[in-house]
Design a protein around this ligand. Sequence first.
Ligand SMILES: [Zn+2]
Ligand SMILES: [Zn+2]
Length: 75
Amino acid sequence: MNSVRPKRAPQRLDPDQYDTLRNQVLRRDGWRCQICGAMSNLEVHHKDFRSHSGADSEENLIALCNGCHTKIHRS
Ligand SMILES: [Zn+2]
Ligand SMILES: [Zn+2]
């Protein structure tokens, strides 16, 4: 009776994979902030936080500029 059942570990992407994913999201969103349309200082934001179902998936990520991203986290 020693079958080890790995718990569903939170999905961790390595930096390379994350970079690729990030680029996919930015390209999908046209390299524009999805709130104000800025095309510089872009970052990706998790619409759902990773802690619940928020996955590192393209559908859960959105391109935001640094300013809007900061605002979203403050509100
Ligand atoms: Zn913005
Ligand atoms: Zn964020």
